[in-house]
Write a protein that binds this ligand. Structure first.
Ligand SMILES: *Cc1c(COP(=O)(O)O)cnc(C)c1O
Length: 425
């Protein structure tokens, strides 16, 4: 007999299945990379954030293994207690140096970093001006902070300006709040880039503080892969709060915040997701350090990645496949190339078609993306070959022909058992 609680859960799960919004995982055997065995089937992976092919690089793995042999697995405690290891300290120094900031602070995940920064810095009197397509962790962090949340239409600079011009709140003691602007640098589901110099200019004019999440730009964009902010030439004064992650292009795990001495010291006092959380395993920091050296020393990886991006973009255009939100990708190339299909059933159907032919491209659906913009989020790695990309393009062109406009929610029964979607990471 089911409890009322179980019935509630089942009812919601049924609703998600019927709406093509049910999500499930696939099990990957062995190492992450371009060639994967998933659910017992070999496939070419086009839905990873391992942009430089470092997640299973033997040198990165060896650095972690050596650190494990020296220092074991656990950090033992939060960093403020006794968990702050030499590996963490050195990684922080190297990251700060790499992104040309005075200090950096290591977090266990990008999610924790964004929550910790926003919840730690903002008060209820402050105003947060945020792009509507920001990553979920920025949205949750902003909400948790209790600040006035002003959601701005994606990349609309006049809307940012308007949201910044309204006064911030005045608290009970007559102190006025502070304004913050927060944006992804590379939007994780669309692959387009924020106009960071313009956001910095608007922020400065409004006495606001700019925070940028560079999860998809760090290691990939800018000179030596130093990220979007260095690419845009923004100093710590222009861009006081920089967040990037270590689980994507670096193939490790974790995240860091970089900024002034005062910012980092403030976060050490106030970022609750950092203060009250066990420090990451030192071996993960050793892996990230090894990956950072490879990013710096092997520019050919980024070179290959950008050649791959160019091939996919031009090959898609030649086949009449429109990539990007309005069918034309932004001018700055990034490894995220979405194929927007609109409704969930079409996205799931095309993802399934590709998987049957050995290509893994996850369907991304609401609430990860806005309703009516379900898509295949194609991502590229420096490790993809030209042949693999050509084969994917052919399979997509074939697959699109099999989609009918009537591949809609009404006409396609529950596809949950061969669900092609994963939550993006
Ligand atoms: C992946 C991602 C995060 C979260 O980072 P994790 O280390 O995976 O928790 C934050 N922001 C953006 C833009 C991301 O894409």
């Amino acid at each position: 007999m089911s409890s009322a609680f179980e019935i509630r859960l089942q009812r919601e799960l049924t609703r998600l299945r019927q709406a093509h919004l049910y999500r499930s995982r696939r099990v990957v055997e062995g190492a992450h990379g371009v060639l994967l065995e998933v659910d017992g089937k070999a496939c070419i992976n086009f839905c990873s954030n391992d942009y430089l092919g470092l997640a299973a690089d033997p040198r990165v793995a060896e650095a972690a293994r050596a650190a494990l042999s020296r220092g074991g697995t656990g950090s033992g405690a939060a960093a403020l207690v006794s968990g702050y290891n030499r590996e963490h300290a050195q990684l922080e120094e190297e990251l700060a140096d790499f992104v040309q900031r005075p200090r950096a602070l290591l977090f266990s995940t990008g999610w924790a970093a964004n929550l910790g920064v926003l919840r730690g810095l903002l008060t209820r009197d402050d105003v947060l001006v945020a792009d509507e397509l920001n990553h979920a962790s920025l949205i949750d962090g902003g909400r948790l902070s209790g600040a006035h949340y002003r959601r701005v239409a994606h990349a609309q600079l006049p809307a940012f300006e308007a949201a910044l011009s309204a006064p911030a709140g005045i608290d009970a003691y007559g102190r006025s709040g502070h304004k913050y602007v927060v944006s992804d640098s590379v939007f994780s589901m669309d692959g387009d880039c924020a106009d960071l110099p313009a956001l910095a200019r608007l922020s400065r004019r409004a006495d606001a503080t700019l925070m940028v999440d560079d999860a998809h730009g760090f290691g990939v964009l800018g000179p030596d892969g130093r990220g979007s902010v260095i690419a845009a030439g923004l100093s710590v004064d222009d861009l006081p709060i920089y967040v990037a992650t270590l689980g994507k292009s670096l193939g490790a795990a974790g995240a860091f915040v970089a900024g002034s001495e005062a910012l980092i010291e403030f976060l050490i006092q106030r970022a609750r997701s950092w203060v009250f959380s066990t420090a990451p395993p030192p071996a993960i920091s050793a892996a990230a350090r090894a990956a950072l050296r490879i990013v710096r020393d092997e520019p050919e990886r980024r070179q290959r990645l950008f050649e791959n991006i160019e091939q996919l973009r031009s090959g898609a255009a030649a086949r009449g496949i429109a990539l990007g939100l309005d069918g034309s990708l932004a001018t700055t190339p990034t490894p995220i190339l979405p194929l927007i299909l609109g409704d969930e059933a079409r996205a799931v159907a095309l993802s399934r078609h590709l998987f049957e032919r050995g290509f893994w491209v996850a369907a991304i659906r609401p609430p990860t993306v806005p309703v009516g913009t379900a898509r295949l989020r194609i991502t590229l790695s420096s490790a993809h070959t030209p042949q693999q990309i050509e084969a994917l393009l052919d399979a997509i062109a074939d697959g699109i022909k099999t989609l009918t406009p009537s591949d809609s929610i009404a006409s396609v029964p529950a596809a949950a058992s061969i669900e092609a979607s994963i939550a993006h990471a």
